[in-house]
Design a binder for this molecule. Sequence first.
Ligand code: OAD
Length: 246
Amino acid sequence: MLEEVVGKLKNCSKVVVLTGAGISAESGVPTFRGKEGLWGKFKPEQLASMDAFMSNPKIVWEWYNWRRELIAKVRPNAGHVALVNLENMIDEFTLVTQNVDNLHFLAGSKSILELHGNIYRNKCMDCSALYEDEGDINPERIPTCSLCNGKIRPDIVWFGEMLDSDIINRAFLKAEEAELFFVVGTSALVHPAATLPIVAQQHGAILVEINVERTALSDIVDFHFEGKSGQFLPKLVELLKEQIST
Ligand code: OAD
């Protein structure tokens, strides 16, 4: 079945890959949902929302510092690396990620649209001025914006917030143009990210899902591969290399 997908991929010039927390699971980054998921242990509305930050910014920063420390210790895995290789073989390749862990950049992917922000970036809670490479934030003394004095927060899309309109619009445009659309390691429950594959399919793309379990999308995809992205993606790239060279 993977051979069939590769046979189609070989003839595609416009390919989009949507990734979720599952692609980083093999690196050691916890996913959000499922048995071991972060949202099983913590309440998102108490940590990842503007209300939480307004009422208890200290706890919100402690949580993001903890996640930053965890992410700083991990490395991209074979799945991330396979997507770098895939990008090099496809004319118009776009990687759309819901992940904020920076691992696609670290692996070497170039054409990335980060839908939910990046854990290493900060911004002002009031005027949204960006603060990059600020180093550690002391939750007891949260720095403020040099322009408007607003508190500095992580540049991550929190619950109830809109996505950056430029980024999500570009993602939808790429989804509409895609000939083949991969959905990798996402529960496909969070919108608008989860709408992208549906839009791609409506515009004629072949949908391919890689996940360790079935998801909200599994019934509508053209191909569902049940297993780890760190195993399937390198195999896919190897097969594509073989087919291109024959
Ligand atoms: P979820 O935690 O909802 O889903 C992770 C998916 O990865 C599940 O479907 C797992 O079955 C699958 N999975 C786990 N290990 C895998 C592996 N090795 N290979 C392939 N699949 C694997 O994470 P997301 O779908 O990314 O939002 O969640 C979407 C958004 O919800 C996140 O971006 C985050 C969260 O609230 C924000 O932070 C704004």
